[in-house]
Design a protein around this ligand. Structure first.
Ligand code: HEM
Length: 373
């Protein structure tokens, strides 16, 4: 009798749980579809009702949601909901409204897309506007015009090394993976800048395709060493030596874990995006003999003293065809394929007849950029 009684109780409990869950999910979906701040925006009802729609494409179909977002834009127009909390705008003319400086509007990064990728607390993945600013400030001298101008001798040296290695392959009639070559070049450059070390990826027999996995290891040992240094810093001024010993970064921001994540972000971003732009440029230059000839002619004067003397950045900037190629390569080679939403915590913004409420994530998409050279 007791067993029957306890069986009935469990059964009742289970029914109650199912009913409570049903009620909860129904209320949630009704709220998302009719009452949430993004409720009035166009788009798929399913995507608006549940995040599982996005998960299905990204998890089960292996990262396909971006193509579904493109399809939804074609169907529902330039502004759509891509999940219960986030919008997407496909309208290049609105770019300067979304990506703005502090003077125009306080902007946060979008929390949901910052989690689970192991770079916690790096400035790149910091949601709050002011904290992001504080974490980025000490890096700025290294990426300013003056900072990059100081890198010229190092970059010329690496370019000479790259040329020598390509020549070696040519002399031996060996095929060459240009993606590995450019990744080794940018990997060597960013490691020298951030860690003050010559990683010598370009000198590896096959251009060190393993440079990504070793980045975290190298960053960890450099940061541990720098954090232990006392008194006047030893060794080359690396970006991280500067942050730890010479910047006014508060102690709370100098934990080993945060700095390692920061270093890995910089090494990854500095290696992958720049090398992919170089790869794209080289493909289009090599596959268009007319373009290649024009570029060689344009470079003739500034490269006259190569390899003894490399051209300066100012000289290269004055070459219109080279500049056009650099800009097109940056435009077409995408830094990242994920959405880059911005959140405005204090301001609603107007897009055509829609008011985008404060606090809602909104990325701007450029779909299928076309080659214009
Ligand atoms: C072809 C070259 C590059 C492209 C196309 C590119 C693209 C991008 C894009 C689209 C973003 C914005 C991400 C966002 O808004 O969430 C970004 C941010 C960033 N990139 Fe690059 N990038 C390039 C080169 C580099 C290099 C050489 C570095 C060197 C370290 C670098 C480090 C970073 C960092 C640290 C951020 C975050 C900036 C911040 O949050 O303030 N990138 N990049």
């Amino acid at each position: 009798m007791d067993r029957l009684h306890s069986g009935m109780s469990s059964w009742h409990l289970a029914v109650l749980l199912v009913l409570a869950s049903l009620l909860y999910f129904t209320t949630l979906v009704v709220w998302r579809l009719y009452f949430s701040p993004t409720a009035g925006f166009p788009g798929s009802r399913l995507a608006a009702a549940t995040g599982w729609y996005e998960s299905y494409y990204d998890y089960w179909l292996n990262g396909q949601y971006m193509f579904e977002v493109e399809r939804m834009h074609q169907k529902y127009g330039p502004i759509i909901r891509v999940n219960p909390d986030e919008l997407s705008i496909h309208d290049p003319s609105f770019y300067n409204e979304v990506y703005v400086t502090r003077n125009i509007r306080c902007t946060n990064n979008y929390d949901h897309l910052l989690k689970g990728i192991n770079f916690a607390d790096s400035h790149f993945l910091t949601a709050d506007h002011d904290l992001h600013r504080k974490r980025r400030k000490p890096l700025e001298p290294f990426f300013s015009r003056a900072g990059v101008t100081n890198l010229q001798p190092m970059l010329s040296e690496l370019a000479r090394r790259m040329e020598t290695r390509i020549q070696e392959f040519k002399d031996q009639h060996l095929p060459i993976r240009l993606d590995h070559v450019f990744t080794a070049f940018t990997g060597d450059a960013i490691q020298k800048l951030c860690l003050g070390e010559d990683a010598k990826f370009l000198s590896g027999p096959d251009f060190s395709p393993e440079c990504f996995p070793v980045a975290r290891e190298k960053a960890t040992s450099h940061i541990q060493r720098v954090l232990q240094e006392r008194g006047k810093p030893k060794g080359t001024v690396s970006l991280f030596r500067f942050i730890v010993h010479q910047s006014d970064m508060p102690k709370s921001e100098l934990s080993e874990d945060r700095l390692i994540n920061e270093a890995q972000t910089l090494l990854g971003a500095g290696t992958a995006s720049a090398s992919s732009a170089m790869r794209l440029a080289s493909y289009y230059i090599l596959s268009r003999p007319g373009l290649q000839n024009r570029l060689q002619t344009e470079l003739g004067d500034v490269m006259a003293d190569w390899p003894h003397q490399g051209p300066t950045w100012a000289q290269l900037e004055a070459l219109p065809l080279l500049q056009a190629i650099v800009k097109e390569s940056l435009r077409l080679s995408y830094g990242t394929v994920r959405r880059l939403p911005r959140v405005f915590p204090n301001d609603d913004i107007q897009y055509k007849e829609h008011v985008i409420p404060r606090g809602v994530g909104v990325p701007l998409l450029e779909l299928e950029p076309k080659l214009s050279l």
